[in-house]
Design a protein around this ligand. Structure first.
Ligand code: ADP
Ligand code: MG
Length: 326
């Protein structure tokens, strides 16, 4: 009886093992075939294809969801690259073509050396414009890669902001605008001083550029406590905003404003290349912050928020640091 039982048990075991193995293999084959079908379709150019998700919340669904997220990100990156290359082709052609036409015209029609010289200077300034656009694009790419985080230091944001505001105050007054600042005495901040100044300068530049005379441009900065924890620590964030009373933007344009080369229809007749807000956004993201645009009725409100480390942890963590100069 014992031998019989053992034999049957062995047989059952073998059957179960083979059956189980077959089932698992079928399952894997099904998943792999589905991945393979999707990747093949994508290889043939159909970037819209995604892995089927069964909604069963198991490991297979998890793989499908992860792969789909990866494909979404690749699509977004490809769309970005396509849009930037189109924009480069479009926006750089104009100043180059203009410079060429000026030189050609001067070569054919200039009657004096002075005319020739003027045409060459014009052409050189158009080409400088092209170089500036390339430099801005490269800077944005460099900042987005996060390479410059090593230059972060602890500094007081207030004098840095005052310096930028002083510069733009003169420009604003020339445009007949009033420049108002709401700044506290000190704002300790950890980041890249020059880049942060560049971001604020770009926002002030836009505020002035897109405002008719007699408006007010406001620069304000403060630290807000956004939440408190039971252990006594709190969430704090830097709120920096630039507001103007100019032409403003509609919702659809605001959503696209920080795309590279984007310029709203009403902005066509003002000088610019549509890279200013892209640079601002790249700098703010590098500081783990966000750039928000909203209506100021009339005008635009551009706000930068950056989460700050808790005061308690900062002071204990940095206890060994040399004293700050402020
Ligand atoms: N303060 C503002 N008021 C109205 N529109 C603005 C303002 N700032 C930005 N914009 C819109 O967003 C677009 C993108 O801004 P930006 O990237 O700085 O490019 P640029 O200044 O070279 O035009 C502008 O062309 C304009 O249409
Ligand atoms: Mg600008």
């Amino acid at each position: 009886m014992l031998t019989d039982t053992l034999l049957w048990a062995c047989l059952m075991l073998i059957l179960l093992a083979v059956g189980g193995g077959w089932l698992i293999r079928r399952l894997f084959r099904h998943v792999i075939q589905s991945i393979s079908r999707t990747t093949q379709a994508i290889t043939h150019g159909d970037m819209s294809r995604r892995m089927p998700v069964q909604g069963t919340d198991d490991e297979l669904d998890e793989i499908a969801i992860t792969i789909n997220e990866m494909l979404d990100r690749i699509s977004r990156l490809m769309e970005g690259v396509r849009q930037v290359s189109n924009a480069i082709a479009h926006d750089l052609r104009t100043p180059i073509a203009r410079a060429r036409a000026q030189l050609e015209d001067a070569a054919l029609h200039a009657t004096s050396e002075a005319e020739l010289r003027a045409a060459m200077e014009q052409a050189a300034s158009n080409l400088d414009n092209v170089t500036a656009i390339f430099e801005a694009l490269l800077r944005i790419a460099q900042i987005e890669s996060g390479a410059r985080r090593s230059a972060f230091v602890q500094f007081d944001l207030v004098p840095a902001l005052q310096d930028v505001a002083d510069l733009y105050q003169a420009v604003a007054e020339e445009h007949g605008l009033k420049c108002v600042r709401h700044l506290p005495d000190h704002l300790p901040f950890f980041g890249d001083r020059a880049m942060f100044q560049q971001a604020v300068a770009n926002l002030l530049d836009n505020a002035i550029k897109f405002s008719p005379p007699n408006g007010t441009v406001t620069l304000s900065a403060e630290i807000l406590t956004t939440g408190r924890h039971s252990d006594g620590s709190s969430d704090r964030q830097l709120n920096l905003s630039v507001t103007d009373e100019g032409i403003g933007m509609n919702e659809a344009d605001m959503a696209r404003a920080s795309e590279r080369f984007f310029r709203a229809e009403q902005a066509r007749h003002t000088p610019g290349s549509g890279l200013g807000l892209s640079l601002v956004e790249a700098i703010v993201h590098l500081h783990d912050g966000q750039l928000h645009l909203a209506s100021n009725t009339p005008g635009l409100l551009a706000r930068i928020t950056v989460p700050l480390p808790d005061e308690a942890t900062t002071s204990s963590e940095r206890a060994g640091d040399p004293p700050h100069p402020f």
